[in-house]
Design a protein around this ligand. Structure first.
Ligand SMILES: [Zn+2]
Length: 484
């Protein structure tokens, strides 16, 4: 129950002006079915976003945004070190998360409107929106740099955590520490079922193939609603609203062209039971396959030109090195007054809430070594790119990369920073029921490629250890480092 006369809610004239402005959702009765709709239009907030224009968010999403755990995302760079290469790439996880919450709502509402037989209810819609909004809560400073380049090398006894896992834990912590359980229930959610459901939406169905052989294992929603798990984190083919937002947003901030039209995808998306696994999947019209190819092409361009950009990767590697040097000197207070370091903070949600990209501005004198590395980045005296190679065989994620080198000894001893532009081609056959050869002979069969790179510093060390003579590759930059 909501008290309209409570001082925390807008005055009646404001309520009426909002109603006039939105012009929908109110049919004259405040009782029964229309009440929820009425509340939504009265208490939602409108954001202006450079990618999606005006974005209207449900009042419960606003409550989630106004918490320290979500506000923290304002200081997590979306593209890590790419800001040091592309001056426009200063955007943060905060605006991306709002965009994903908005698109998740658009897709699920579009399916509900077009296919009433799917029985998508208000609870489903709200849970999907919340999952979209909260899917990146677990990112650390500089996003992927933290969990992929730093935590891995910090050699934590528990092996560290991936940001997806941390997002689920942070969502729990956000709800608990801000006493939002009652708010969730006030807006019609049923706990703990809907909490479990939201967390599974964030993590995605871990192994879609396992679903085919075992009974439906996911609590929160029945098997018929399996398609809901493909909206925020689609583990079947990777086509989800998270990508729709970051492709559009990253292209915008990097100054690149995005040919993929996610609004068209949403317009033509339908849920169909797929024979192969007897599950309901989100499918698209056959004529939209060109648009999907554009999506994967955009992804490939973003990887080649920005995410795996050679200077970006070197700078990220150096920031990770600075983090390693600073690790034990940075103390962050967590739960029960305990202190955590840069690498252990991810294990304590209270400490992790305080850990953002601002950590590199810490004034402590013990951080002198780390600061030296950061100063080298600022003064553009970074490690130099030597070259790269492409493996003949595709390296799989399961096997360590070091085993695949043409010369294992060389590869492991170089201890090189590796950049894998790994990606998986979408399963168009299950999605569109059409084969790529039916579309066009000009389309590539695969959008995935891998690069192996060595930073110069490691090559110098390796040459020194092995007694090889190293010719200066770019003398103007190198003399100083060689002398030291
Ligand atoms: Zn994301």
């Amino acid at each position: 129950p909501v008290d309209l006369f409570s001082p925390t809610y807008p005055a009646p004239d404001q309520v009426m002006s909002t109603l006039r402005r939105t012009g929908a959702g109110f049919t004259g009765t405040l009782l029964g079915h229309h009440w929820t709709e009425f509340m939504f239009y009265v208490f939602c907030q409108v954001f202006n976003d450079p990618i999606h224009g005006t974005v209207e968010l449900h009042p419960l999403l606003i409550k989630i945004i106004d918490t320290p755990q979500f506000q923290r995302l304002r200081n997590i760079k979306q593209l890590g070190g790419a800001y040091f290469v592309y001056p426009g790439a200063s955007h943060n996880r905060f605006e991306h998360s709002i965009g994903v919450g908005h698109l998740a709502g658009q897709l699920v509402e579009a399916l509900r409107t077009r296919q009433p037989e799917l029985d998508i209810n208000d609870r489903d819609v709200l849970c999907v929106k919340i999952a979209g909004l909260c899917h990146d809560l677990g990112h650390g400073p500089f996003s992927h740099l933290y969990d992929q380049m730093f935590i891995n090398r910090a050699k934590r006894p528990d092996g560290g955590k991936k940001h997806e896992e941390a997002s689920v834990e942070m969502f729990d912590h956000l709800v608990e520490s801000n006493n939002l359980e009652l708010e969730l229930e006030d807006h019609g959610l049923i706990l703990p079922d809907d909490m479990d459901f939201i967390k599974k939406l964030i993590g995605g169905l871990k192994d879609p193939k396992a679903v085919q052989v075992s009974p439906w294992p996911y609590c929160g929603r029945p098997k018929e609603k399996s398609f809901l798990f493909e909206i925020v984190a689609n583990k079947t083919n990777g086509i989800d609203v998270n990508k729709f937002d970051y492709f559009a947003r990253d292209c915008y901030h990097l100054g690149m062209q995005n040919n993929f039209d996610h609004l068209r995808f949403i317009q033509f998306a339908r849920v169909i039971k797929v024979k192969k696994d007897e599950l309901n999947h989100i499918c698209c019209r056959d004529k939209e396959v060109g648009n999907l190819y554009d999506m994967f092409y955009t992804r490939n361009c973003l990887h080649r030109r920005a995410y795996q950009h050679k200077v970006n990767k070197i700078i990220e590697y150096m920031i990770a090195e600075a983090f390693l040097k600073a690790d034990n000197h940075i103390k962050i207070e967590g739960s029960g007054g305990k202190e955590f370091t840069l690498s252990t903070a991810i294990g304590d949600k209270e400490a992790y809430t305080k850990l953002t990209g601002l950590v590199i501005n810490s004034p402590s004198v013990e951080l002198a070594e780390a600061k030296k590395i950061l100063e080298r980045i600022i003064s553009r005296d970074h490690y130099r790119f030597l070259g790269e190679t492409k493996p003949r065989q595709v390296l799989t994620r399961e096997k360590p990369v070091t085993q695949h080198s043409t010369s294992p000894e060389t590869r492991s001893e170089l201890n090189q920073p590796l950049c894998k532009a790994a990606s998986v081609m979408s399963l168009f056959s299950t999605l569109c029921c059409c084969h790529s050869c039916q579309v066009s002979k000009l389309l590539p069969a695969c959008f995935s490629e891998q690069l192996i790179r060595a930073a110069r510093r490691h090559l110098i060390k390796w040459c020194e250890d092995k007694g090889f003579l190293l010719y200066p590759l770019a003398p103007s930059h190198k003399t100083k480092e060689l002398a030291s």
